[in-house]
Design a protein around this ligand. Structure first.
Ligand code: GDP
Length: 193
């Protein structure tokens, strides 16, 4: 897909602020620092539209990026940051529930994980949470360039096995460094738009 137009429309903290024109949305979730912003920037061919790494303490927001005036990418704040307080975690959970439970425009979720490591408990929890709400999930196993070619297949298998990926979902090996997996990611996303 060629993205000619990309703009951030709103950083929302509550559902009152969500856009109202009814365009389809693809949400993007992942552990802090996993490479989610790099994934978004690679897909839309921008160096730095999606801000990298929201540090704890900063306001956590759902960032709505409107693409080609046709649909939205919704960047969800990263999870699994050890230093986040209980209160902040609760706030995050409430924001997630408000969005994932109730948002009709939401068509699918991209879950970004690190192909170098077995998905963490927090990753698996996130996947199970999304499946509980019966959302289609596209798993992006990123930083593929950091794994030796001969080991890549094995790493992808560990990702699939650890998530116990549903039949309707796929795992796409990806690298923001080389662009590998970009076309496949768009293909997977397009079927939900
Ligand atoms: P976010 O917090 O999930 O949005 O993560 P970022 O996109 O900010 O990425 C975190 C770090 O990982 C940055 O230093 C990126 O340059 C690096 N990174 C992200 N994706 C890749 C990738 O595919 N390959 C490599 N080698 N580094 C990556």
């Amino acid at each position: 897909m060629k993205i000619n137009q990309a703009e951030i429309v709103i950083s929302a903290v509550s559902k009152k602020q969500y856009p109202e024109e009814g365009l389809s949305e693809i949400a993007l979730a992942g552990r802090s620092n996993v490479g989610k912003s790099s994934f978004i920037n690679t897909l839309i061919n921008r160096k730095n539209l999606a801000r990298t790494s929201q540090k704890p303490g900063k306001t956590q927001t759902l960032n709505f990026y409107k693409l080609n005036e046709a649909f939205y990418f919704v960047d969800v704040p990263g999870y699994g940051y050890a230093k986040v307080s209980k209160k902040e975690r609760e706030k995050w959970g409430k924001m997630m529930d408000e969005y994932f439970q109730q948002r009709e425009n939401l068509k699918a979720v991209v879950l970004v994980c690190d192909v170098r490591h077995e998905p963490t408990d927090a990753d698996v929890q996130m996947y199970d949470y999304l499946k509980y709400y019966e959302l289609p999930v596209i798993i992006i196993a990123t930083k593929l360039d950091k794994v030796k070619k001969s080991k890549q297949h094995q790493h992808v298998k560990v990702v699939k096995d650890t998530f116990e990926v549903d039949a309707e979902d796929i795992v796409i090996p990806f690298s923001a460094e080389t662009g590998e997996g970009k076309d496949q990611a768009w293909q997977a996303i397009k079927q939900y738009l």
